[in-house]
Ligand binder design. Structure first.
Ligand SMILES: [Zn+2]
Length: 214
């Protein structure tokens, strides 16, 4: 894994694409070199496939961003809480999260609004600041795009215009108010709802319990 990390940095370069063949040729005789590369993701390395990046062929990947310097002594040891997530735990988290991305709300297999690309769910680690001031890491379901982040979206003005034209007069009034202020003032409830929706399940359960829900 350390050698793969160094190869990405020195031979490929951040932002550049590479083929699976090039990876295998760089490490002749090393078995499961693809897997070693995937392991880097646990250390914050972003490596996109053609599922996350339209500009890639199926045999290509892109080195998006480097993560922890795993080649430094002690850095390749998984931090507590960042051990690989087993398949059972993974299913459990996705189930608890209602089988949807908790950041953008998309459900698996559905295409993103601007592409034909179908969403796939993944598990992310969210840092949660507990009421007592301690910081913990909890698991949350996110789609691969939200996890990898930063993918450029294509704005669809036609769709926005036709949806705006279909607003009722009261909706139009609310929207116009936000536009004039160039700001959407979230109501307290909306803000809390949005905060609740983006908490990991353990934390959502904590809040439900506080409100006397099951
Ligand atoms: Zn998402």
């Amino acid at each position: 894994m350390k050698r793969v990390a160094l190869w990405l940095v020195s031979e490929v370069g951040e932002g550049e694409a590479f083929t699976k063949e090039a990876l295998r040729e760089a490490f002749p005789g090393v078995s499961q070199v693809d897997r070693r590369m995937r392991d880097l993701r646990d250390f914050g390395w972003l490596i996109a496939t053609n599922r996350e990046d339209d500009g890639l062929d199926s045999h290509e990947q892109r080195f998006v961003k480097r993560g922890d310097p795993v080649w430094e002594p002690g850095r390749a040891t998984r931090r507590s809480g960042t051990t690989a997530i087993g398949a059972g735990r993974r299913r459990e988290v996705i189930e608890q999260d209602g089988r949807m991305c908790r950041s953008c709300g998309i459900t698996p297999g559905n295409p993103y609004a601007d592409t034909d690309e179908a969403a796939q769910l993944d598990i992310a680690r969210r840092k949660v600041l507990k009421p007592d001031g301690t910081k913990v890491t909890e698991l949350i379901t996110e789609c691969k795009r939200c996890r990898i982040g930063g993918k450029e979206l294509v704005a669809d003005l036609g769709r926005v215009l036709s949806e705006a034209a279909a607003l009722s007069s009261i909706e139009r009034e609310v929207l116009s108010g936000w536009m004039e202020a160039d700001e959407r003032q979230f109501g307290r409830l909306e803000q809390l709802w949005s905060d609740y929706r983006s908490l990991p399940e353990e934390s959502r359960a904590h809040l439900r319990k506080q409100l006397g829900l099951g």
